[in-house]
Design a protein around this ligand. Structure first.
Ligand code: DAH
Length: 339
């Protein structure tokens, strides 16, 4: 029996099939119900106990050799064009591209990561806002032209309900619900009635930041944002502040970073100034703290807000904002990131 099996193993190893039909005959000869291998297993019962182990292993290796042969020959025959059974290869890997994160998500996650390292948590608020949270609590006086700074999409009038024009509305919601110390950032989508162009869109994304505690000063604001700019744009980044105006901060400023493309020497991205503006910021106006029931004698705070599209454009030298919304795979495939 041992020799018989050894001979079969040799036979299997040299076997070749010209077509799938011959291969099927081969399969039946060995593995079919009345085939060689079932017959060997039947004979196995008669093998004396001391030889069983060796014999069992031999029969099994024959069986494996047959199965392996069938798989290999089948693959060879099918790839050489003899596809009498099926021309679908279900084992082929899929051609669908692997997904990747949208560049705006990549940068948003990076911003979140940078601020979470210094103790900021994340808060969110609704995209449909009332007048109080989007304007009034943020010290926009009723009928004041400052409300025109932001072209609002109104949903209802009296009481006014609108799509939020900025994520600053979330700082109001956070302060209403909690007392200092507050350290939070609020990423989200905002809406403004603007004509769509390479530099503007009616939907875009912002990250708002808020820090309220005892003795928070403008120096804290500067150091926090300096740390942020270096983390995001690189160690050699410099920052500068220009005085500005926002109803909800006093004093207010806009922050520029040294151009990360030319290192401050001047190029077309920074319009040959060496600086690019990335955010608005300031000390939270005491009126805002009061509107949110926070003791403005005891606490001070700073806030800042930035556009994610703008930062992403600077970081990756993207010159048309519309690319973010077109979902063109040739654009999206260029962004692969750990974030
Ligand atoms: N909300 C402002 C905007 O949409 C951005 C901003 C500026 C937010 C200054 C702030 C801030 O918190 O302090 O243009």
């Amino acid at each position: 029996m041992k020799q018989k099996i050894a001979a079969y193993i040799d036979e299997v190893s040299v076997f070749k099939a010209d077509n799938l039909e011959q291969l099927e005959q081969f399969r039946l000869k060995f593995l079919g119900k009345k085939g060689i291998i079932p017959a060997l297993f039947a004979d196995f019962k008669k093998v004396p106990p001391e030889d069983r182990r060796e014999m069992g292993q031999l029969i099994n290796s024959l069986k494996q050799a047959v199965q392996k042969k069938i798989v290999t020959l089948k693959e060879e025959l099918e790839s050489s064009g003899d596809t009498t059974t099926t021309d679908l290869d279900l084992t082929l890997p899929s051609e669908a591209p692997l997904g990747s994160r949208h560049p705006l998500s990549v940068v948003r996650n990076e911003i979140i990561e940078i601020f979470s390292r210094i103790g900021f948590n994340i808060s969110e608020g609704p995209e449909i806002e009332d007048d109080f949270h989007n304007f009034t609590a943020l010290n926009f006086p009723e009928d004041h032209p400052a409300r025109d700074m932001q072209d609002t999409f109104f949903i209802e009038k009296d009481p006014d309900i609108a799509l939020r024009t900025h994520t600053s509305s979330v700082q109001v919601r956070v302060m209403e619900k909690s007392q200092p110390p507050i350290r939070t950032i609020s990423p989200g989508r905002v809406f403004r009635n603007e004509a769509i162009s390479a530099r503007a869109h009616c939907i875009f994304h912002q990250v708002e930041g808020l820090y309220v505690d005892e003795d928070v000063s403008f120096a804290d604001l500067k150091q926090t944002l300096f740390y942020f700019a270096k983390e995001l744009f690189g160690e050699n980044t410099r920052i500068r502040f220009r005085p500005s105006y926002f109803p909800f901060t006093e004093p207010s400023a806009e922050m520029d970073v040294s151009c990360n493309i030319c290192g401050g020497k001047g190029c077309n991205i920074c319009k040959y100034t060496g600086w690019v503006e990335i955010l608005g910021c300031g000390m939270v106006d005491p009126n805002v703290l009061e509107a949110c029931n926070i003791d403005n004698k005891k606490y001070t705070g700073f806030a800042f807000g930035m556009g994610i599209e703008r930062i992403t454009m600077l970081k990756y030298q993207i010159n048309d904002l519309r690319l973010f919304f077109e979902n063109d795979l040739r654009f999206l495939n260029q962004f692969r990131s750990a974030y």
